[in-house]
Design a protein. Structure first.
Length: 128
């Protein structure tokens, strides 16, 4: 599978690529994932950073089961309850993805089915 990142200019500072071109590979459609509880079942209510890291860990576990990894994500949609958390989410995404960012959109919502949720991420991955 060949993956080409369209780098853009200002997008790098927001930790996303304006486009990714893939050729070949298997597509994994990632349902919305959340992280309002840690791996031991402890509530992460009110802790945006912890929920974001847990959300990515949950996505990573799903992708591993499907034969992929976080690095295979080509696009994601991030839903946030507070737009002020967008910068922290960007910093975490930079930490996790390095310089090869997925294409992305961040959308502020008024709430989720579980009021303890602060973030939800869905996406698409392409693996060989």
């Amino acid at each position: 599978m060949k993956k080409t990142f369209v780098r853009g200019t200002w997008q790098k500072n927001r930790a996303f690529s304006p486009a990714i071109v893939t050729e070949g590979g298997k597509i994994i459609w990632i349902a919305g994932h959340t992280g309002q509880k840690d791996d031991e079942g402890k509530s992460l209510a009110g802790n945006f950073e912890a929920q974001t890291y847990q959300t990515f860990r949950n996505i990573e576990a799903t992708l591993k089961e499907a034969g992929g990894s976080l690095k295979d994500i080509v696009t994601m949609t991030v839903f946030l309850t507070d737009a002020r958390n967008t910068t922290r989410m960007t910093e975490i995404r930079t930490e996790l993805f390095g310089s090869d960012f997925p294409a992305s959109a961040a959308i502020t919502v008024t709430g989720f089915a579980d009021p303890n949720m602060l973030i939800e991420i869905q996406g698409i991955a392409v693996v060989e």
